[in-house]
Design a protein around this ligand. Structure first.
Ligand SMILES: [Mn+2]
Length: 269
């Protein structure tokens, strides 16, 4: 999946019956974090009346996705079982309300096989959603963290169809080892920069304003940075940052952003 140029976006108009849409991102689901997985499962199994008309996942839903063959019988069972459980839950849920999925930097290899096994529809990054006479621009967020030039060149490499085809042609075991190594490197980098999140790359405000102005949207909704907040970008523009999910943190973090007739609001899960 390659990115769509923002000025060529056509709006995705919410179907007339929709009153509300829920956004989540950065759950980083993995078998090593059962508490977060359970929190998400409980959220999915809430009564239907507690849910919005659609669920929109804005990336990094999975901590890692090494390829859709994770779901095949030959995959190592410890990787397959967890992936299959998540996919089955999504699939069941999708029979009640539509689920839309945008890739993050951890799960960008989730392909069309897994997408349909999970009953999800893919969203391009970015996507322009129009509802209740308002336009929100949706993105994972990593494409706008322009200060991290090293990451941006890595990103354009791994998002190219050629790189992905080559990577996916390697044996699954090898891909699992590589993705594990990449995660360890990224954790080490985070540790090295300390707990001072201010030093981590953030979404570039100028670029965010340009994106919003290019499509006449007023709110940018994204995840990725794990810094839930709302930022005033001036001229009536806003940047709304989703929370990551970590049920083992103190206090635990798990949140949905709901867009309905009243506007945008956070709901703790
Ligand atoms: Mn991310």
């Amino acid at each position: 999946m390659t990115d769509t140029a923002v000025d060529r976006l056509t709006p995705w108009r919410a179907p007339a019956p929709w009153q509300a849409v829920d956004f989540i991102s950065d759950l980083h689901l993995q078998s090593a974090e059962p508490a977060t997985f359970e929190r998400w499962r409980a959220f999915m199994q809430r009564p239907l009346t507690a849910h919005a008309d659609a669920l929109v996942i804005l990336g990094d839903f999975f901590e890692v996705w090494a390829g859709d063959d994770l779901l095949q019988a030959e995959a190592p069972s410890e990787a397959r079982d967890f992936a299959q459980t998540c996919v089955d839950l999504l699939k069941t849920h999708s029979t009640h309300r539509p689920i839309f999925f945008m890739h993050g930097n951890r799960d960008f290899l989730l392909g069309s096989d897994a997408m349909s096994a999970a009953g999800m529809s893919e969203l391009a990054d970015p996507t322009l959603l129009e509802m209740h006479g308002k336009r929100c621009l949706l993105t994972h967020g990593d494409a706008l963290c322009l200060d991290d030039t090293e990451y941006q060149s890595f990103r354009s490499m791994v998002r190219s169809p050629e790189w992905q085809a080559r990577f996916l042609s390697r044996p699954l075991k090898e891909r699992l080892a590589i993705t594990r190594q990449l995660r360890e490197q990224s954790e080490a980098k985070k540790m090295a920069s300390g707990q001072d999140t201010a030093t981590w790359a953030d979404v570039d405000s100028t670029a965010a304003r340009q994106w919003l102005n290019a499509v006449n949207a007023t709110v940018l909704i994204h995840g990725h940075t794990h810094r839930p907040d709302v930022h005033d970008l001036g001229s009536g523009l806003e940047r709304m940052v989703l929370s990551d999910w970590d049920a083992s943190a103190t206090p635990p973090r798990a949140e949905v952003l709901r867009w309905d007739l009243q506007g945008l609001r956070r709901i703790a899960i």
